[in-house]
Structure formats: C-alpha cells, structure tokens
Unconditional design. Structure first.
Length: 225
C-alpha cells in the first residue's frame, strides 16, 4: 500500500512546477480558486489577468496546452448549464443573433463558464504536475483527516480497476449483439451498472480482508521519496 501509484492526468516532467512541494501547490490552487470565485461577474479584465497567470504557470510547468485541452471535456456539464441559463433566467430580455434571451442569464452564464473553465484548467494543471502519491502526502501535511486521505487514495488507486471492469462488461454486451442506442435500453444499462456496483463492493471487501491479514491498523504506510 505504500508504493506510488500514477494517474492518467499526470504529465511526466522535471519542471519547477513538478518539483514544487505538493502541499504548497494545493494551497496555491485553493487560493486561486477562491480568487476566481470571488471575482465579480462582469469584471472581465480580472478574468483575463487570472487566465494570464494560469497560462504563465502552465508555461513554467512545460505542459502542452493541447494535453490539458483534451481533458477539459470534464467541463461539458458546466458548459451545457451555462448555455441554458440565458433561456431559463427571468428578467429583462434582449436579442442576440435573432434569439431572445434574459440579460441576467447571459451575464450569469458567461460568468459561470469563465469561472468553471479557470477552475478546471487550474485543477488539471495541478494533476498534470503532481503524482498521486505526492498529492496524498501533501494532504497529510495539510492535516487533512487521515480517513479522508485514505478514501481519496483508494479512489485513485482503484478507479482504473473499476473502469477496466466496465470496459470488459461493455465488450461482453456488444459481443452478444447489444448496442445501447435508445432510451428503451436504459433498463439494461441500469442492471449492468448495478452488477458493476456489486462487483466493486465485493472487490472492496476482499481488499479490506487482505489488508487486515497483512496487519492494517487504520493507517497506511507510504514509502518516503
């Protein structure tokens, strides 16, 4: 359990950002996100400054922008919600490209898109420059409760395992001619997800018993770098 474990978001490098202590990077990320969240909605010059600062950090880290851009797909739910806000918000209406939308909805949607994009990009930069094991040590140095650190560690370690299990189940379903392409297939997908949950739960029990048999006492011993 003490061995390091990489993750897919990490970009191998030897830049100053890669070598910086993980707990300092976590504090910097927290401070940056708080500043972004506290930025007034229509303070667009401030957003530009924050973006320039973030791009400067990415340049120092020598992480390709394209590498991060591909992983910005995680932001899609925020983008969809931001695009819907001008249509569902109340208040004075205005016309944009022949479409009538709420003025406050446009302002709120743009602000949400900017804040979300900056936050996601900053988080991806941290993940790209910090190994998972270093992140866990950083959380421990910041005095995060040990139980939470262990939960995060196990989540990182076994996320790939569960993803691979889902991939095998998907291949098995397709080999039997099942292609989920319409809402009528949702019940089958729900049963598959239920089976995945049961398998993951059983795997967790086996892992816990194996840990207990090896002397697990509530703390995880990590190798020092």
């Amino acid at each position: 359990m003490g061995a390091g474990h990489g993750h897919r978001l990490h970009y191998h490098g030897h830049s100053p950002m890669h070598r910086a202590p993980a707990h300092l990077k976590l504090l910097a990320l927290l401070g940056f996100v708080l500043v972004v969240v506290a930025t007034p909605r229509q303070a667009y010059p401030a957003y530009a400054v924050e973006l320039l600062v973030l791009l400067g950090v990415i340049a120092v880290a020598r992480v390709p922008v394209g590498y991060l851009a591909k992983r910005m797909v995680v932001e899609v739910p925020f983008v969809v919600f931001a695009l819907l806000m001008p249509f569902v918000a109340h208040g004075p209406r205005t016309e944009i490209l022949g479409v009538t939308v709420a003025e406050q909805g446009v302002v709120a949607g743009v602000a949400l898109l900017l804040k979300g994009s900056l936050g996601v990009l900053a988080s991806l930069t941290l993940a790209a420059t910090t190994e998972a094991s270093d992140l866990l040590r950083g959380l421990e140095r910041l005095r995060l409760p040990q139980l939470l650190v262990q939960i995060i560690g196990f989540m990182i370690r076994y996320l790939d395992v569960v993803t691979a299990e889902l991939g095998r189940m998907t291949v098995a379903m397709r080999s039997r001619g099942f292609e989920p392409r319409s809402p009528r297939h949702w019940p089958h997908l729900a049963r598959a997800l239920g089976a995945l949950f049961v398998r993951s739960y059983e795997r967790g029990e086996r892992v816990h018993l194996a840990m207990l048999s090896r002397g697990y006492d509530g703390t995880v011993r990590r190798q020092t770098p």
